[in-house]
Design a binder for this molecule. Structure first.
Ligand code: DGY
Length: 326
């Protein structure tokens, strides 16, 4: 088989890098560290693999031989989908292997915001635990509360299972059409209920956004939606930061309408030092760790390598992204 040129633009685990090197000529260049090396390798690359860097029309213009982009992520908002489609370049991603891990992260944010885990742990660490804590530092129960999900794909359903089956929480979800639970999520039959958006917002104690970023979801969670949430609700974002109007979220927290927010994602990442979300007393921020466990990041890298090798060998990849539907 002819060796092709692969550009790796984010670190891969050594065993997965070795699989690529066994079949092809591999150049590693992180565009955030060495843009010149990245651009030079692009000119020869038939395959690209990595994540967290925008592959836009200008990047694609420098990659005339490109056949496939394999993203080590499920989200594809970093890629110029229409340009890839127009140029006949295959895009692959890593759905499925990260669902349970991201759901764990979102649940950690539900628990941390409601039980004030970070704040109270800091109280102990800083030597301020000098008497039994009083009501001013009590939290709120998570079990039995109503969870509202914006986005009910594989990850949303994994969150719903934890909530309904583990914490006895009624689950509401909003999608364009109700999901056929009997077929797609039998464990959630009788536990998860489709609701119009206004009803979901008015009834949920926790509103969890798991929305992909697209033209139709950018800025979707705005002042109007926050105003419709129950007073004292908690907002969690485990999808994409830019689906939320961050100034509107801050206003809802400052007014006391929302009790707290748990955020794994932000409109700009890393979160700029000057962002009020970084230190806000009602915000638990995380540095986009949804899928960041040893096991899951390795599984994502393995699937991305499988995808890349398959396309370069003329085989069907396990997880192509449907650019025709974008
Ligand atoms: C993804 O895969 O899109 C996640 O955001 C990475 O954690």
């Amino acid at each position: 088989m002819t060796r092709k040129n692969i550009l790796v633009f984010r670190e891969l685990p050594p065993d997965q890098l070795a699989r690529l090197q066994a079949e092809h000529t591999v150049v590693q260049a992180d565009p955030k560290k060495d843009r010149a090396a990245f651009d030079a390798a692009l000119a020869q690359a038939q395959g690209l693999i990595g994540s967290s860097f925008p592959i836009d029309a200008a990047v694609l213009d420098r990659a005339p031989k490109l056949e496939v982009v394999s993203s080590v992520s499920v989200g594809v908002d970093n890629y110029a989908l229409d340009e890839l489609h127009r140029r006949g370049i295959v895009l692959c991603h890593t759905p499925g292997v990260l669902d349970e891990t991201v759901a764990d992260t979102v649940f950690a944010l539900l628990m941390a915001t409601s039980r004030r885990v970070v704040e109270l742990s800091n109280l102990v660490r800083e030597g301020r635990w000098q008497k039994n804590i009083g009501e001013d530092l009590f939290g709120f129960d998570v079990h039995g509360k109503t969870l509202g999900l914006l986005g009910f794909g594989r990850i949303g359903q994994a969150i719903a299972r934890r909530a309904a089956l583990g914490f006895g929480m009624p689950v509401l979800y909003h999608t364009r059409r109700p999901v056929d639970l009997a077929v797609q999520a039998p464990a959630l039959q009788g536990h998860a209920h489709h609701r119009p958006l206004d009803q979901l917002l008015a009834q949920s104690d926790f509103v969890v956004a798991m929305l992909p970023l697209s033209d139709s979801t950018r800025g979707m969670v705005d002042a109007g939606l926050f105003a419709q949430m129950k007073p004292g609700a908690v907002f969690i974002n485990g999808g994409r930061g830019a689906t939320v109007d961050e100034p509107a979220l801050l206003a809802a927290l400052d007014s006391g309408h929302l009790r707290a927010a748990g955020l794994d994602v932000f409109a700009r990442e890393p979160l700029p030092a000057e962002s009020p979300l970084r230190t806000h007393a009602r915000v638990t921020p995380l540095p986009h760790i949804g899928s960041a466990t040893h096991e899951t990041r390795h599984a994502m890298a393995r699937l991305a390598v499988d995808n890349l090798l398959a396309v370069l060998a003329g085989r069907q990849p396990a997880a192509p992204y449907d650019l025709g539907a974008a």
